[in-house]
Ligand binder design. Sequence first.
Ligand SMILES: [Zn+2]
Length: 129
Amino acid sequence: MIRLTRPQYNSIPADYRSVWTNEAHPELIGKRTAMENSVLDAAGLPTRPAPSGLILEGIHFEIIENYKYRLTSRGQSSDRLGLCEVCFKHVADVHYLVESREYKPGRFTRHKCIDVFGHKECLEKQRKN
Ligand SMILES: [Zn+2]
């Protein structure tokens, strides 16, 4: 399966990508579609000789999120900052994890991302990549 980051998929010209809406195949409704060569090109892979067919998300390609994390010590214990938000136990050195997600090449957002206080070890297990 071809793997694309969201910015790579979004870099495909709008005329070559879409979302499945044909009710003849209701199981596919909402899946992203694209012309095969445009996906290969976006992924940096060699394109195939024409014709380039329609390919489907979840069957031929998948969108992977590119996450970035910042983990910092807050220099204080649970006495001031509260219990670990993962295991709900006392923390001697509270850490803070902030997640962000690439939405355009090199541009990150914290929208729909996590931010958590707790043990360093508990927070490291929250990372998605
Ligand atoms: Zn913990």
